[in-house]
Design a binder for this molecule. Sequence first.
Ligand code: KG4
Ligand code: ZN
Length: 347
Amino acid sequence: MLTLGIESSCDETAASVVEGGWRVRSSVVASQNELHAEYRGVVPELAGRAHVEKILPVVRTALREAGVSLSDLGLVAVGHRPGLIGSLLVGLTAAKSLAWSLGLPLIGVDHVHAHLYSSLLDVNEADMPAFPAIGLVVSGGHTSLYRMESPIQPVRLGATIDDAIGEAYDKAATLLDLPFPGGPNLDRLASEPGANDRAHDLPIARISPASLDFSFSGLKTATMLAIRGDPQGQACPPSPREIPHTRRRDVAASFQRAAIEAVVLKLRRALDAHPCRTVVVGGGVSANSRLRAELERLGRERGLDVRLPPMRYCIDNAAMIAGLGHSLHAIGKSDELSLEPVPTTAC
Ligand code: KG4
Ligand code: ZN
């Protein structure tokens, strides 16, 4: 069966055709990066309007690239939570209209859960990871750990109590005067040859000895102080442009070390508390070079099967929505046309 997936929760308009839950026939993503660059963050009203302009061309392109027409589809899946309401509404309205006019079932998918599904896309049946697994979501809005009995059953073990890791990356990047989107640019600066990731001893929040929750707000503040220096006795902090490149690079590397160590520390704790052989990872920050290297190292050290999404499925996409939608529909789930957008995750 072919599933059309639609995603518009934040600033990417995406559509995808997935066959049988795993095989991606097309995945089209229209990014709004240029639109939000001058504000160094997503402006909800601009995002909603851009989705309206892009949604139908993106769906048409996804169908064309998959070599199918609307009449070949068997299911419409849509990311209906969490996200910006004005953005979610656009994809949800398109999905409902298509499902109603084509007489197809509709299924609403939780975007955070879908990130946990992204490392399973394009994987052959024989290479599917074994479950139970520990799931890790590291995105712009969420940082959470899950125990998963199967790809469709995440049970949350811990989550950030303040900022998400991607948000901390984006704020630190702004402090370092890096262009939007901050995360990938900070990753690049931190990875430059000669970068000293021990130049600044930035905090890694442990919270309490057994906690599986995360906290990144202290790291954000400490990064600001590392960039601007001690505010005591300074008339005004230096602008990032006055700070030598080597210092900005070392702050970036020190930030990256602390942020990624915090994630790996909590993942180790989760594996100790809930032993299993598989880790599935998803979310925009799973594109991070240091996180990928550290997780692969952890996999070798503990003999784990660590599944990282290919780069094209790290960022927001509709293939993960279609894939998960198919799997949920296969166990009898579907939604009414009265399905509403919801700002928060259910995971
Ligand atoms: O999953 P995603 O596309 O959107 C949400 O669901 O939030 O994640 C976007 C986040 C942004 O904060 C972005 O800066 C971050 O992922 N990101 C990265 C990297 N690539 C994207 N953060 C660190 N290193 C990267 N290479
Ligand atoms: Zn996302």
